[in-house]
Write a protein that binds this ligand. Structure first.
Ligand code: 6LW
Length: 502
């Protein structure tokens, strides 16, 4: 490793933006990681890394309706909750809960984690969220869910054997024991869980036993990780998964948030994936503070391919970073109708409704600039910063006019507007993050407007970003910035996402 690399610090989060509930597995020199995706389609982003630090999205595990049924009744932050990713018996296994009514727990397999993944094996007898998979030495497969319920299953058929039994359910009196992961490490079986709820009280605890079904002895120093009660820049740390590094050292991926602005601080990027080193003392894991920067690990870093700021929509399929709300039928979203353009055909729904025609990507930086070239000749649509149906800011073009609109809860307003000549127009959103612990303001400022033919930017609205934060809107997701059609047909020539700061 070069001298430069030796001193290079690793920046947390390692997977920024709304990528919560990470689960990681190692196969030889390769690492794979998945996250929850809730009401978005396709679902469950899949990432690859060679160093646990640099992650590249290689696909989405659930990319067809047969795998992922999200209906208009799937509420925002419903749908796909926490997955577990494992590798066993020569294939990848993914187990996850779709909380949409009538869906439940299901298992998917793949030989290539980039896909295709199988159709679901349903697990109707497995009740509960955050399902985990672990195999005993004799090949017995144990499924453990939030709250400490465990049952033996056949992962090929979904059959369960016998009623579930209780295993360690966390610290007495602690809220919400969730995110169980069972590991065989050395002479023990370890059961890692989250507890305290996914807000500021979040924590990671662990117990160990001699068999995968326990009994389990809690770690005397539980919780082994929490940031509750601190003023650390990263909060809500919890929902972790353990993995060994290339040199045999141990690491933890986990979710956390980066609140900005005054007290209590608002986080706008959702719960992100962080990395933390783990050491072992007396057979128990010790996890230090999860910090914005980590010393470079003791192996070479392998950066992934740089992501180009511009998507020209030149491919027949959208890149895996693009997600839609609940579904993305080809008749409403295609790059095959006008070569080099994305065509969105509205279905009578605006951003206020669950079946809006929307294609976006997660906001992954506290400060960034987004621009898009839109041709509204046949309809009305534009560029939006979305948290959910009740919390979004957008700059919208129709033939001859551009408006900036905002929805926060029951409040809807037109913030600004102006007439524009017929033809394509460049819409823009500038997001500038507030410096850490700046108590005067919210987390950021969102500026919306249009780019003039001479390249200058005309602001049509400047809005406080706190109203597009989880502390205001609630929920489990984070901001998604994207393109939508509210009426008729709208064509988009290109989309630029430029990070301008962490
Ligand atoms: C996830 C569970 C949780 O399944 O929230 O608050 C759910 N904890 O672990 C969605 O992230």
């Amino acid at each position: 490793m070069s001298e430069m690399q030796q001193d290079a610090a690793v920046t947390n989060p390692v997977v920024p933006g709304f990528h919560p509930d990470p689960s990681v597995c190692r196969v030889g020199d390769d690492y794979y990681l998945v996250c929850s995706s809730f009401e978005y389609f396709p679902g469950i982003p899949v990432f690859h890394s060679r160093d646990l630090v640099n992650w590249t999205q290689i696909g989405n595990a659930l990319d067809r309706p047969a795998q992922l049924r999200l209906t208009a009744d799937t509420r925002s932050s419903g749908g796909i909750y926490a997955p577990t990713l494992r590798h066993h018996d020569g294939r990848f296994w993914l187990i996850v809960t779709n909380v949409t009514e009538g869906a439940g727990n299901m298992l998917f397999t793949a030989t290539d984690p980039a896909g295709p993944w199988s159709d679901p094996v349903r697990l109707p007898e497995v009740k509960g969220i955050d399902p985990d998979l672990a195999w005993d030495e004799d090949g017995t497969c144990w499924c453990t869910v939030a709250g400490g319920s465990q049952v033996r299953i056949d992962p090929y058929t979904g059959e369960t054997f016998g009623p579930p039994h209780k295993v360690w359910a966390g610290t007495p009196g602690a809220q919400a024991p969730e995110a169980p992961h069972l590991y065989r490490i050395g002479e023990y079986w370890y059961l890692l869980i989250a507890e305290g709820g996914t807000e500021r009280g979040h924590a990671v605890s662990i117990a160990r036993g001699r068999t995968p079904t326990g009994p389990f002895e809690p770690c005397p120093t539980n919780p082994v990780l929490t940031h509750r009660g601190t003023h650390r820049p990263i909060q809500n740390t919890g929902h972790a998964d353990l993995v060994q590094g290339p040199d045999g050292s141990w690491w933890m991926v986990l979710l956390g948030v980066r609140p900005r602005g005054g007290t209590p601080g608002w986080h706008v990027l959702g719960r992100e994936t962080f990395l933390a080193p783990v050491t072992w003392v007396d057979g128990w894991p010790v996890v230090g503070e999860v910090t914005p920067e980590l010393p470079a690990p003791a192996w070479p870093l392998v950066p992934g391919p740089a992501e180009a700021p511009r998507d020209d929509f030149d491919l027949s399929e959208l890149r895996p970073q693009w997600i839609s709300v609940r579904d993305r039928p080809e008749e409403h979203c295609t790059t095959k109708e006008r070569a080099g353009w994305l065509t969105l055909r509205a279905r009578g729904a605006s951003l206020d409704e669950p079946d809006v025609v929307f294609v976006g990507r997660r906001q992954q930086h506290l400060t960034c600039q987004v621009r898009a070239c839109v041709d509204p000749a046949e309809g009305r649509g534009g560029l939006a910063v979305r948290l959910d149906e009740e919390h979004h800011y957008e700059v919208e073009a129709s033939d001859g006019e551009v408006r900036v609109l905002a929805r926060v809860g029951t409040l809807r307003t037109v913030v600004g507007s102006r007439s524009v000549p017929a033809g394509p127009v460049v819409l823009g959103v500038g997001i500038s993050g507030t410096p850490p612990r700046d108590s005067r303001t919210g987390p950021d400022t969102v500026t919306l407007g249009i780019e003039e033919p001479d390249g200058t930017f005309t602001v049509l609205g400047t809005l406080d970003g706190r109203y597009l934060s989880t502390e205001v809107a609630g929920g489990f997701t984070g901001r998604v910035i994207g393109l939508y059609a509210a009426a008729g047909t709208v064509h988009f020539d290109w989309f630029d996402y430029e990070p301008l700061g962490l």
